[in-house]
Design a protein around this ligand. Sequence first.
Ligand SMILES: [Zn+2]
Length: 113
Amino acid sequence: MWTQRRVGAGLLTAALLLPVPVSAMQQAFQRGSPRQATGSGVTARTLVLHQREERREFNGFARSLRAQFRRSNGVTRASVERVIKDVLLDLRAHWRLETRTRTIASPFDFPDL
Ligand SMILES: [Zn+2]
């Protein structure tokens, strides 16, 4: 369960893991979806762009996690793969919700490591 309180920490983690600075990500969210502030339905195009951006973030998250544990033993690497898979399942649930409600929820909260 992702809580609002963890969003800040999640963004910070994402900033550490990703080459894209947090401020640039926030600007992209604001620029790309001016209607999200109202919470009303966004266009399909906006939704696709938003989810593509989140997919990019996920790929960066998975890549850096694998790189970090590349030299670990097989059990640890299997755990890392499990975490990546769980995050992907959460992200897909997040996308399902957004697509069903035609809204952009708060940026996906990648877990603290
Ligand atoms: Zn989203």
